[in-house]
Write a protein that binds this ligand. Structure first.
Ligand code: TYM
Length: 328
């Protein structure tokens, strides 16, 4: 019998889960559950690589798990847990770190951007190694992410190949799954910059849990240009193109068809259609979120971690053996 392909992905629990995260990656996480073996992780060890407040972090961890459950991550079908509760992630990260040239880490654009903003530390520097460990730990084949993770995914593939060449075939070579339309949702206040969780300006992003009136306001005030024709052109009309991407990802219609439909009706009607589509997309998630109880979420995550530890250990023994360590 052919085994199903395995999917792995992670989300940092840094509050502000936004429409970019959702359309770029999380929506695919949910859909992949139908046809693949899925492993999803709230990557809390990644989140502590930048300055944070422990009390806020505690809330954000649970909130992130709750948002994912509300979106439809189903613990009956997916392995779902907190990264810090499965120590094999950190162990494999150390092992992979011993075969990561520092020259490769020096080229990582996200490290440079974050280090410029928040200051550098060893954890932030080796962040992509831990990310490679997350993926390789379960021998994942497919990794649904947004465009900003492309470089990290390349590194994970290189590390898998490097390891296999040196110690024998242990790892699958993972592939990124990056959606065509919504891989890079841009900031609503500056459509030339990526929508980012760490942007202090909350008007720049629609959050998954924003109430309908807030979504409406944010989309209506999204920065666009002054030529009132709706058409797709990322260079000349980045704001309108971004909204077309959002509408397309929410409705399933292509940006071409949508641009045709809204071409001459003015920006007001177009923005209203985008706001309505986003409100409709997020309404069931908000409803499910409000119904979930924190203690129940903690219980689900605890059970998920126990299962994940067992699964991870099954793979990790092969890694230890391959590199000359012992089974324990
Ligand atoms: P994170 O938590 O920043 O983001 C979660 C997912 O959202 C995607 N994303 C976007 N997609 C489209 N447009 C945007 N503006 C946008 N902003 C974010 C991200 O690409 C990501 O898929 N390093 C990862 C977390 C991670 C991980 C992993 C992912 C850790 N280990 C292993 C996959 C596999 C991150 O910071 O995601």
């Amino acid at each position: 019998m052919e085994t199903r392909k395995k999917v792995f992905s992670g989300l940092q629990p840094t509050g502000n889960i936004h429409i970019g995260n959702y359309l770029g990656a999380l929506k695919n996480w949910v859909n992949f559950q139908d046809s693949y073996e899925t492993v999803y992780c709230v990557v809390d060890l990644h989140a502590i690589t930048v300055p944070y407040d422990p009390a806020e972090f505690k809330k954000d961890r649970i909130a992130a798990a709750k948002v994912l459950l509300a979106m439809g991550i189903d613990p009956q079908r997916s392995m779902f847990y907190f990264q810090s509760q499965v120590p094999q992630h950190a162990e494999l990260s150390w092992i992979l770190g011993t075969m990561t040239p520092t020259g490769v880490l020096n080229r990582m654009t996200q490290f440079k951007e974050k280090a410029d903003k928040a200051g550098s530390n060893l954890g932030l520097y080796s962040y992509p190694v831990l990310m490679a460990a997350d993926i390789l730990l379960y021998n994942a084949d497919l990794v649904p992410v947004g465009d900003d993770q492309r470089q990290h995914l390349e590194m994970a593939r290189d590390l898998a190949e490097r390891f296999n060449n040196r110690f024998g075939e242990v790892f699958h070579i993972p592939e990124a799954y990056i959606p065509e339309v919504s891989a890079r949702i841009m900031s609503l206040s500056d459509p030339t910059a990526k929508m980012s969780k760490s942007d202090p300006n909350l008007k720049s992003m629609v959050l998954v849990l924003d109430p309908p009136d807030v979504i409406n306001k944010k989309i209506k005030s999204a920065v666009t240009d002054s030529d009132p024709v709706v058409r797709y052109d990322r260079t000349v009309k980045p704001g309108i193109s971004n909204l077309l991407d959002i509408l397309s990802a929410c409705t399933g219609s292509s940006t071409d068809v949508l641009a045709g439909e809204y071409a001459t009706g003015g920006y007001g009607a177009f923005k209203q259609a985008v706001a309505d589509a986003v409100i409709e997309e997020f309404a069931p998630i908000r409803l499910a979120y409000d119904r979930l109880d924190d203690a129940e979420v903690a219980r689900i995550m605890h059970k998920g971690a126990l299962d994940a530890r067992t699964a991870a250990e099954g793979y990790q023994v092969k890694v230890r053996e391959a590199i000359g360590l012992e089974r324990i």
